[in-house]
Design a protein around this ligand. Structure first.
Ligand SMILES: CC(C)(COP(=O)(O)OP(=O)(O)OC[C@H]1O[C@@H](n2cnc3c(N)ncnc32)[C@H](O)[C@@H]1OP(=O)(O)O)[C@@H](O)C(=O)NCCC(=O)NCCS
Length: 218
């Protein structure tokens, strides 16, 4: 099944980067999926944009769906639900050829690991997590489903990143810290204390800025 064709949810920056990752992996992408009406029928980087899974009868073909083509964790979760409702196959993990996954570290279905990232020993990365470019994840850390780790983030050892957490570009997380589900860490932050769920923390050191409401809330 490794060579099944792929469609990617989201034709924005993240989705396009994943399409390029697929090219580097020798995987064929036959379409983007995007709910925004203005995107329907467009050609993005040479690939047609379909409005929804029902747009084309994909079920009859050897096609799997990449749901982590957007950085927003709540959107990823929505796309996974829609894909399952349509009875479509979910794509397996996509790992850039430059990345080595040490023995004992695990990657869930639909997870993405981009170029230049370094995953250490006994790391657990769950389903639909995005590890963007040049991220480091140290020993014994776990990252729960739907989390998005932006470029240049450094996560120390024994850290627990909750479901649906978004960590902004260039942040650093101290060892043994726990970040509660659906919280957001602003770009360039240093997180030295535990973060409760559904909160925005930011700054150096990171402090609570506000509760997370709206679409990031589970
Ligand atoms: C956190 C973030 C998403 C903004 O979220 P938001 O809900 O729009 O937050 P707001 O702009 O309302 O900011 C709330 C408070 O947090 C502060 N804040 C937000 N981001 C911050 C950051 N990165 N560092 C320090 N403070 C920050 C704001 O100054 C504001 O403070 P105030 O209440 O004292 O005025 C955004 O600032 C951020 O850091 N984005 C990172 C994006 C990224 O890494 N993308 C990767 C793409 S590949």
């Amino acid at each position: 099944m490794d060579k099944e064709k792929l469609v990617i949810w989201g034709c924005g920056g993240m989705g396009r980067e994943i399409r390029y990752l697929c090219e580097e992996l020798g995987r064929e992408v036959v379409g983007f999926l995007d709910e925004r009406p203005e995107e329907c029928g467009q050609i993005v980087d040479g690939i047609p944009v379909l409005v929804d899974l029902g747009d084309m009868d994909l079920r009859q073909q050897e096609i799997a769906v990449v749901c982590a083509g957007v950085g927003d964790p709540a959107l990823k979760r929505k796309f996974v639900q829609k894909t399952r409702e349509y009875g479509m196959r979910l794509a397996g993990p996509l790992i850039h050829p430059s990345v080595r996954l040490p023995p004992g570290s695990r990657l869930g279905i639909g997870a993405i690991v981009c170029a230049g990232s370094v995953i250490s020993i006994n790391v657990r990365i769950e389903d639909f997590v995005i590890i963007n470019t040049n991220v480091t994840v140290a020993h014994d850390t776990s990252i729960a489903a739907y989390a998005t780790i932006s470029p240049g983030v450094n996560i120390s050892g024994n850290v627990s990143v909750g479901e649906g957490v978004f960590i902004g570009t260039g942040s650093a997380i101290r060892e043994k810290v726990s970040i509660g589900g659906w919280s957001v860490i602003g770009g360039g932050s240093f997180v030295k204390d535990d973060v409760p769920k559904c909160m925005l923390y930011a700054g150096v050191p990171a402090v609570m800025k506000k509760p997370i409401l709206g679409n990031l809330k589970p």
